[in-house]
Design a protein around this ligand. Sequence first.
Ligand SMILES: [Fe+2]
Length: 210
Amino acid sequence: MDSKNKKKDDQKKSTKSNGNSKSQSKSQSKSTSAAQKKKQARFGEEHEGKLLEFFVDEVKDIYFAEHEALKALKKMEKAATSKALKDSIVQHHGETEEQIKRLEQVFELLGEKPSKKKCEGILGIIKDGEGVIEDTEENTMVRDVAVIIASQKLEHYEITSYGSLAELARTLGKDDVAELLEVTLDEEKKTDVSLTVLAEESINEEASNE
Ligand SMILES: [Fe+2]
């Protein structure tokens, strides 16, 4: 029997075992429902506690990821050939610094000290990206294509993280946290779109002519 059905069964049993007089039954059901409410509230708090703990852990994960992204963007800027791509990366580097500060505000709102949780996922994406870039020739548009792909893989990790975290913050009733995360989510999405435009409008074509 699952917990929901068990609860229902228990409720039925407690109704059956209640006394014969109407008033007795009424007062007992009142106290039962108060006890149940208390129990439910405790159950909710416990679950929210666990979810909050998980949420904080995930914020630490993305805090780590943003710091790693900052380092990766520096390397990508150096690797990029075209001025348009370099400019786009420089702009995103500046945004990333702001995003880190925004996460520090999130920690503050959660009553936590900013701390990082090592994330193998982002390290793998960055390592993979570095490999793809290294496999291309310096000062070529093919290398720019590789930089864009590496950068977009990273962006998508961040978009997924911020999207999920913003939703979770709303579930936890932390709208102020959700709003901060949504500002960053929008920036990440815009960066992703601008990289796609860059690839479609010039870089992919130029690379195909090399
Ligand atoms: Fe970011």
